[in-house]
Write a new protein. Structure first.
Length: 201
């Protein structure tokens, strides 16, 4: 199983924001799905789910530490999307908007469920990158265990940067902090990840 080389990033330092030729077309696809949902097209929500549910679930799992709660978060996000369909045309960046919604719902779920036992994050399935890079294999289970040792805010930043391909500006919008705070959390997370790697070796 292949994941983005988070371990390599911890050793090499923060990368420059990754941009791909397909980013514009992906954004247009997502805007098209939002427009279809706003127009009441019956299949549009299903197509949106197929396009982004894995990313939303991954963020929710890292934030809540519970598979059940992560599933509930994704369900709530899509319920809110449908409830907000009259306002979807005002959303210019659908993926960061959805990730921000998932982040906020996850925070609410954690607040409500502090007394309820959860599945330890260490037992969650390893992360899988959306577009595997066969040239950079790493031990996914080890990466997942190491990331689980980060504080929640730093874990969010590392997840959003490496596994959801977000810029620091997008991470800031999603988590409700300034860009420099998002970047700082990411760098602090990589620093702690580096120390965890050294302790584990």
């Amino acid at each position: 199983m292949t994941v983005p080389s988070v371990e390599a990033a911890a050793l090499a330092g923060p990368p420059a924001p990754a941009r791909t030729a397909d980013e514009g077309s992906r954004r247009e696809l997502m805007r098209g799905l939002f427009a279809a949902i706003a127009a009441g097209e019956p299949d549009a929500v299903g197509h949106l789910y197929e396009a982004v549910a894995d990313r939303l679930y991954g963020l929710a799992l890292w934030r809540t530490g519970s598979r059940e709660d992560a599933g509930d978060v994704v369900q709530e996000v899509f319920l809110r999307v449908v409830a907000s369909r009259d306002r979807l045309d005002a959303v210019h960046e659908p993926v960061p908007w959805l990730l921000g919604l998932a982040h906020n719902v996850s925070v609410d779920v954690v607040r409500r469920a502090r007394q309820r036992p959860t599945v330890p994050l260490e037992e969650a399935p390893p992360l899988v990158e959306a577009e595997p890079d066969a040239g950079r294999p790493v031990d996914a289970a080890r990466a997942s265990r190491l990331l689980a040792g980060l504080p929640a805010a730093q874990r969010d930043a590392v997840y959003l940067r490496h596994f959801a391909d977000c810029t620091f500006a997008a991470i800031g919008r999603i988590t409700g902090v300034p860009v420099f705070t998002a970047a700082s959390r990411y760098r602090l997370g990589l620093g702690k990840l580096r120390r965890l790697m050294e302790q584990a070796s």
